[in-house]
Design a protein around this ligand. Sequence first.
Ligand code: ADP
Length: 377
Amino acid sequence: MPQTLTKDRIMEALRGVLDPELGSDVVDLGMVREVVLDEGVVTIGLALTIAECPMRGQIENDTVRRIEAIPGVQRAVVKTRAMTRKQRSELMEVARRRARENAAPTRVPPTTRTIAVGSGKGGVGKSSVSVNLALSLGRLGYRVGLLDADIWGFSIPRMLGTDARIEADPATRLMQPVEAHGIEVVSTGLIIESEETALMWRGLMLSKALEQFLQQVAWGKLDYLVIDLPPGTGDVQMALSRLLPQSEMVVVTTPSRTAQKVAIRVADMARRSAMPVVGVIENMSYFETPDGQRFELFGRGGGEALADSLNIPLIGAIPLDPALGAGADRGEPVVVVRPDGPVARVFMEVAGRLVGLVPPADAETCTGRIAKLLAAL
Ligand code: ADP
């Protein structure tokens, strides 16, 4: 059922725009001063703490992406201005209250960009893409986490070749992510070891399990958190947009046109829950022989058609490579064991493009000084 475009809907989407340093969203912080709907054009008036804010570009871009992801919106226009002294003191009051209550909804740092990887159906290589993309972001020098939200269909531990166990810190009772190939990893597969724990987890709803992973894990100061979603649409996807409204999605599909039809449902669902879909990754796009001949074994154009119909970029086309599958089976990810190989090169390009679309949050922001002031109070 199509939802009508209302101011409430816009405000809900704006809750996904965070001020990375103050750790709250722009709605909570009182930065949204005006919302004007004119047919499909939405104008948002934003008040920033300081006019020449270095974060201005990022906040504006995030706002536009969030709003334009809402069905029915043709264009978003952002008008920024500086807060008045009174507005600034109100913002400080909210931030102070937040700090006092320690009311952050999850333990994922507000400076972390969260990228959910989804697919219409299983077997298209969503987990392989999540793993190799996360590792490639790590190779680019970013601090990366990988959350396996495919609670029962988990395959990440096997692909990373880790049999480490997640342990809880006795003092904080928080789970410590496992480290594998330089990234932080959390998966149900790294927890379950005995019948009792399995039963305990099985009793939890999927969305509850995700909540635990977001709230009870001591995630480090990550630049990116890659989230491998279960295939299809469902509870986990809904829970994610509720728990981590700053999440954005990448959809994995294959070149076949039928895969594209199922993938579009996932993207639709994401948009309905105000999660922007940043791009499409086509997997198993072609097979290349050592002498450079390409064979398109699974058809062609599925990724591009999906990206076109969603009006988002095709971020990359990953070749079919037996080394990728074999590496996953042996727990030796292809981008780690063959860093100069053709697949790794494609993954590095894809990671680079993703960073371009969703740049890491700047450490030093316009509200940085205010945040430091607050910390000193
Ligand atoms: P999903 O998470 O979508 O269910 P997986 O990542 O588990 O899919 O991949 C399904 C199978 O396809 C796995 O055996 C994996 O190794 C293999 N595979 C995925 N992508 C490729 C690729 N580009 N080249 C070769 N094999 C691949």
